[in-house]
Ligand binder design. Structure first.
Ligand SMILES: Cc1cc2nc3c(=O)[nH]c(=O)nc-3n(C[C@H](O)[C@H](O)[C@H](O)COP(=O)(O)OP(=O)(O)OC[C@H]3O[C@@H](n4cnc5c(N)ncnc54)[C@H](O)[C@@H]3O)c2cc1C
Length: 528
């Protein structure tokens, strides 16, 4: 048996802060949800590092939305369902594509500046979209622009209190009710309980589980792990999207070369200079991400190389103007994309599964909601359509705010004032934990054996190794690094178990020993 909470505590004895709403995470989902509910009460927004640390800040390509006169939510829905490999929740997708335009219009009203040409938005094309519908900002810095505009508004809003460097350890629950959060102040190391009428998890994905990822260091899957410990249902963790084209270089996280570069005409070639994507899929370079990632892996193997090349020398626009951030990062490693091929390889990028919610962001726990990448709303199925994730953060954050407003009168502050939770698990003390080494080994193992192509013997091997490391979950944990590693081990275990259980290949989950999709037996979620 593993402990329900990461630390032992006695609620009556620790500092308590009461508020109306708690939000975990300061990416698009957390910021937008906070702004949508703050007219109904005080919001405390907790984030484990600086406000702008998270995946949102790094999003490049843009936000998919059916705003153009030649587009419609129906077409956007068709593309989302197709990319999702017959595994999306069509009700949730309908919500995403029909409510998306209004949310994006609000984002614009609140100060997000998307790129225009001659006064008009010029959406771009990305893989598996039938028409250009991706709004972008500063060429390839859409996430940074969204984060800038939303955080500016949140800072101005006096009903939102921002707590940076607040590491959320666990949700406080009694039976299936969520009463708030147990946290550690990263600077003072003080343990503080925050108690509220509603708690919203917007803590991002799990990319750092893998040795090669585009996700920043803070993305260690804490939120999904703590929700699981608290009894929230977790679904579809085996579906990890591997982005086909990250810049091949030594640094970590890996720098993304956005799909919109291929959308604007760049072409993949192997190291011999041969075009290969038309042999793998009719959509060639703009095939769904899972297909392009596997094709690149195949070419890397066939040519005995570590990467393939992206030829962007003949794209429609001047590269340095259309993709200034990508240009700068390539130049830093000595590649000029206007003249030279960009070396690229696939890396872990996006978590399709997560905390299971209904179409209102409600989890199975009362007063506990989830949105953004940590949630599993069902919109992405087995493979997320490019640029649908920023949109998901807005649409379901907005819905959570609506739901909470409707339920406002039914949750009372009195209830949690009487809470008397304490937890005392016998833990191994003074165990020397080589956290950095175990983390590195875990990341390498997950990348090598639970990556783009999986098979049963590798997955069993990973499970055995994780079981050896699980002693860490029984130890006395004190630092953020130890808490993060405990969360990563918890998720690596669940993800590997799910990947082993799912005896088929679907979307981003590819089993060499079960290469076909099996809709008869496996069109179902794996849940914990
Ligand atoms: C390089 C890159 C490019 C991308 N490009 C695009 C794109 O063009 N279009 C698109 O739609 N999507 C894109 N994505 C995906 C998209 O950016 C993310 O899915 C989305 O931003 C997630 O938003 P979020 O608010 O759910 O999480 P995040 O933005 O990751 O924010 C999570 C927040 O939770 C906080 N947090 C985590 N754990 C804890 C804890 N224990 N305690 C307190 N706080 C915690 C983090 O510090 C952070 O503030 C990209 C992703 C990456 C990495």
């Amino acid at each position: 048996m593993f402990p329900r909470y990461l630390i032992n505590f006695d609620l009556p004895k620790i500092k308590k802060i009461y508020t109306d709403f708690l939000v975990v995470g300061s990416g698009i989902a957390g910021l937008y949800t906070s702004l949508k509910i703050c007219d109904k009460g005080e919001v405390i927004l907790l984030t484990k590092s600086k406000l702008k640390e998270g995946s949102t800040e790094h999003a490049q390509g843009g936000i998919a939305v059916a705003l153009g006169s030649n587009d419609s939510p129906r077409l956007h829905m068709e593309d989302t369902l197709k990319a999702g490999a017959n595994f999306c929740d069509s009700k949730a997708v309908e919500v995403l594509v029909t409510e998306g335009p209004k949310c994006v219009e609000e984002l614009i009203k609140w100060g997000t500046k998307f790129d225009k040409i001659e006064g008009k938005y010029k959406p771009t094309l990305e893989a598996a979209h039938q028409i250009p519908r991706i709004l972008h900002a500063k060429g390839d810095a859409t996430g940074a622009e969204v984060e800038r505009s939303l955080s500016k508004k949140v800072i101005k809003e006096n009903k939102i209190i921002i707590k940076e460097n607040s590491f959320v350890l666990d949700i406080l629950t009694d039976h299936s009710n969520c009463y708030g959060l147990l946290t550690m102040d990263n600077k003072t190391k003080e343990i503080i309980a925050y108690l509220a009428k509603s708690t919203i998890l917007a803590s991002g994905g799990t990319g750092q589980l893998f040795g090669n990822t585009t996700n920043p260091k803070v993305v260690t899957g804490d939120g999904i792990a703590l929700a699981y410990r608290g009894g929230a249902k977790i679904a579809n963790l085996e579906f990890i999207q591997f982005h086909p084209t990250a810049l091949y270089h030594e640094r970590n996280p890996k720098f993304l070369i956005s799909e919109s570069v291929r959308g604007e005409g760049a072409i993949l070639k192997n190291i011999k200079g041969e075009i290969f994507m038309p042999y793998y899929h009719p959509l060639a370079d703009l095939a769904p991400r899972d297909i392009v990632a596997r094709a690149i892996k195949d070419q890397i193997k066939k040519t005995k190389s570590n990467y393939v090349c992206l030829d962007a020398t003949k794209i429609k626009y001047k590269f340095s103007e259309r993709f200034p951030t990508i240009y700068k990062n390539c130049i830093e490693i000595g590649i000029n994309p206007e003249k030279q091929y960009i070396p690229v390889a696939p890396v872990a990028h996006y978590t399709m599964g997560g905390v299971k919610t209904d179409t209102w962001g409600q989890t199975n726990l009362t007063n506990f909601y989830a949105c953004g990448e940590c949630s599993n709303t069902g919109v992405h199925g087995a493979n997320r359509l490019a640029s649908n994730s920023l949109l998901e953060g807005l649409v379901f954050g907005n819905r959570i705010a609506q739901k909470i407003k409707e339920k406002m009168n039914s949750s009372s502050i009195k209830k949690y004032k009487e809470l008397n939770i304490s937890y005392n698990f016998p833990r191994n003390k003074n165990k020397e934990l080589n956290v950095i080494q175990i983390k590195e080994n875990l990341q390498k193992l997950m990348w090598n054996k639970v990556g783009i192509i999986r098979n049963s013997s590798d997955l069993i091997e990973v499970q055995q190794k994780i079981n050896q490391w699980k002693f860490l979950l029984l130890s006395e944990l004190k630092s953020v690094e130890e808490f993060e590693l405990a969360n990563m081990l918890t998720l690596a275990d669940l993800l590997t178990k799910s990947a082993l259980k799912r005896k088929e290949s679907r979307g981003a989950h590819y089993r060499k020993d079960f290469p076909d999709r099996d809709d008869i037996n496996w069109k179902k979620y794996i849940e914990y």
